[in-house]
Design a protein around this ligand. Sequence first.
Ligand code: ATP
Ligand code: MG
Length: 566
Amino acid sequence: MSEPTTGHKSEHGDEPAESFHFIEQIIRDDLASGKHPGIHTRFPPEPNGYLHIGHAKAICLSFGLAAKYNGQVNLRFDDTNPEKESQEYVDAIRRDVQWLGFDWNGGEFFTSDYFGQLHAFAVKLIEDGHAYVDHQSPDEIAAGKGTPTRAGQESPYRNRTVEENLALFQEMKDGVHPDGHCVLRAKIDMAHPNMHMRDPIIYRIKRAHHHRTGDDWCIYPMYDFAHGQSDSIEGITHSLCTLEFEVHRPLYEWFIQALDIFPSRQIEFARLNLDHTVMSKRKLLTLVEDGVVDGWDDPRMPTISGLRRRGFTPESIRTFCDRVGIAKRENVIDFSLLEWALRDHLNRVAFRAMAVLDPVKLVIVNYPEGQTEMLPSENNPEDESAGHRALPFSRTLWMEREDFKEEASRKWFRLAPGKTVRLKSAYIVSYEDHVVDADGRLQEVHVSYYPNSKSGSDTSGIKAKGTLHWVNADTAVDAEVRLYDRLFSDPKPDGHEGREFSEFLNPESLEIRTGCKLEPSLAQAEGGTPFQFTRLGYFTLDGAKSESEGHMVWNRSVTLRDGWKG
Ligand code: ATP
Ligand code: MG
């Protein structure tokens, strides 16, 4: 199977295997120069939603490099925003990282565990004259920031004494002041060309219940006064994050200097963008809350749990992230690259099985009534060790409705009057007759078979151009099958100014087929195991959905070929 040419080649995609992307090169240089005896990375999700495929890229990068260079990697929950965070998200994040095949050998941490330490850092900044309590209103603070082309204005509270600041900060911590009454700001430079350096807020008062620290604190550090400091506390050597943090880097480094803490190095890379979807957790949460999808793990969601439920494998997601590559330039990746990676993996590992999604009776008129024979069929032509299974075959089968036409051209290699086809792993059959109901809808197709044309021992000499899949009627297992398409019909649903991304939802992203017929071996299938349904695509049993619906529900993971004409 060839990889689609989608213009997604990484900057390094064409180079020989021994080339390294820029972050890996930095790491190699740091190890070679002895700057660090070993590397230590981290993945710092905020537990305010489920992980998505963009996070998978960040995970593969930080965990992958640590593993490759015998380093360590931490899982750190960046939980400084109590209102939006919860234990459910913490659990889901752990599950997803593990499922992707990674292990946080450096340990699991929570930024909230450092609240005491971070508070002490803030006190040190005040003592050194590097921070002050500001009583301006949020609007005044915003106005005082200036613009990128106009310097900001110093707050009238900027030159408070150390003693005064220490006392006020203590009052903030003790809950003396109402929410938002005052903030702690770093004292840097209100005329700095980088707006983030214009006395950024580092602590705010917020009476919010935290999912781990409860009501211990009524002041919380801002992202910029938590993230970098946590890196230093944990001895992170290479702190890898997405490009939007590039403008925060001077501040990251300023705090390291001012606090004289471990010099972690922040390095930014381009975030992953996928077409036909949205990737921000806030937008994904909207889809969940509005009931547009069946939860965070809906198989159409770009979340890791959604991809898992759809039938993606960890291998395919890792391959995808690898192919996307690491670069400094933002781009949008075709969803079809993700599907290619899945097909490529499942083609090698998925067992084959037969299923009919839109069944019509196929009667073999010269096959003895009441007789059943077992026909061997290979489980995976790509893997001999996968062995064979026996398919029951008898006079009455199910065939796919679309495999019959009343009037067909010479190029139609399926069933029609005058046509001969092979039934996969069974016999060659020729059209005899068909039955339609009063509305002209096809009810049955009648064929005769050639007893000496059995697959594997065919002496008939008959050439059949087409091969059809089928399921033995008596022993078939009934199932519901869900076919998925892109969740959004627009390639960039959140790229239209003045319009909501939800206006671009694809009304045909889910098609539910009931009364599908599966070969009997699939009655024993386990949730999450991939199968290739002959001629139809890759499918996986949805264990949880089957249980809640009281009947088998299968999800189509991906079609056999790229059929998307977006
Ligand atoms: P979102 O914008 O989807 O809410 P986020 O950046 O707020 O994502 P975090 O939980 O803060 O989510 O992200 C954890 C890590 O994952 C960060 O280091 C971030 O840089 C990285 N990350 C998030 N989205 C992407 C993406 N699309 N591609 C690559 N890395 C990403
Ligand atoms: Mg974030």
